[in-house]
Write a protein that binds this ligand. Structure first.
Ligand SMILES: O=C(O)CCC(=O)C(=O)O
Length: 275
């Protein structure tokens, strides 16, 4: 098989160049240009297996609570909605991961909140509800000069070509329209990643889960973070206990961005925050 040459490191006629001083800045730079990149969580094997076990416990309780038949009917059997509000501490840990938060700060200007967290199961030899091209701000056809929302897809299992690693259309966050079928067949890439890594996507990048040709499920936890002007998929502050959360955590979970129900609560929201 032919191998790619090392790209030239010399250039001419260039007046401006990106200058990054850390790997996380490089990662953020790639998300801006291509719309996707990978960031490592830094979790140990033990932490990863705790997260995997917590995922399974949460999933079992969730299916018991909402019922397998109803979840299937709603096409929701391969998704665990808002596990941060009913699962163990692993789900808050995934949101607050230090490397992830550092890249988000580089990508989204100003404040941002968690819009949604979902457990995602890509089942073997069967299609599922994420295996369709979409944007994570669906039904939107605009171009933004800076990311308004970022998806961080945490891989609980390795994402491989065989088990349906996420397909992306590089740089498609820079065009309003969905490209033609021929363009998609020529330009779609699959993003392979290791368990413990987050696949970061500009939410306007077209992407899709792939078909899992293996005998094992491929599990992940997706997170959409966005500027606080978009409403959450499920209202997290109303479904979570605030006890034990820091001001920073509450801010990211949207506790300070619920729409005030009255002038009184608006004025209250302007007061300084306390732990
Ligand atoms: O499961 C995947 O590979 C894709 C997940 C996805 O499309 C999403 O989180 O929006």
């Amino acid at each position: 098989m032919s191998q790619r040459n090392t790209p030239p490191s010399t250039s001419y006629g260039i007046l401006r160049q990106d200058q990054f001083s850390s790997e996380l800045e490089e990662t953020a730079g790639q998300v801006r240009r291509l719309g996707f990149a990978i960031v490592d969580s830094g979790y140990t094997r033990v932490e990863l297996s705790e997260i995997s076990e917590e995922f399974e416990r949460t999933r079992k309780r969730y299916v018991e609570k909402w019922g397998e038949t109803d979840l299937k009917q709603a096409n929701e059997i391969h998704t665990i909605r808002a596990p941060i509000s009913h699962g163990g501490p692993a789900f808050l840990k995934l949101v607050m991961n230090e490397n992830l938060q550092a890249v988000l700060k580089l990508l989204i200007e100003g404040k941002y909140i968690l819009n949604q967290q979902n457990g995602i199961i890509n089942p073997p030899n069967e299609t599922y509800n994420q295996a369709f091209w979409h944007r994570d701000l669906p039904y939107q056809h605009f171009v933004s000069s800076t990311p308004l929302a970022i998806n961080a897809l945490f891989c609980i299992d390795d994402f491989t070509l065989e088990n349906g690693a996420t397909f992306v259309l590089p740089a498609s966050h820079k065009d309003k329209a969905f490209p033609s079928d021929t363009y998609i067949q020529k330009n779609a890439l699959q993003v392979e990643a290791k368990a413990g890594q987050y696949i970061l996507l500009d939410c306007m990048l077209f992407h899709s889960g792939g078909f899992n040709r293996t005998e094992k499920e491929r599990r992940a936890v997706n997170h959409v973070f966005n500027i606080p002007y978009f409403k959450q998929q499920i209202n997290l502050p109303r479904n979570m206990k605030a006890d034990g959360l820091t001001v920073g955590e509450k801010e990211i979970l949207g506790f300070y961005y619920e729409e005030p129900a009255s002038i009184e609560s608006y004025l209250k929201s302007r007061l300084p925050k306390k732990d």
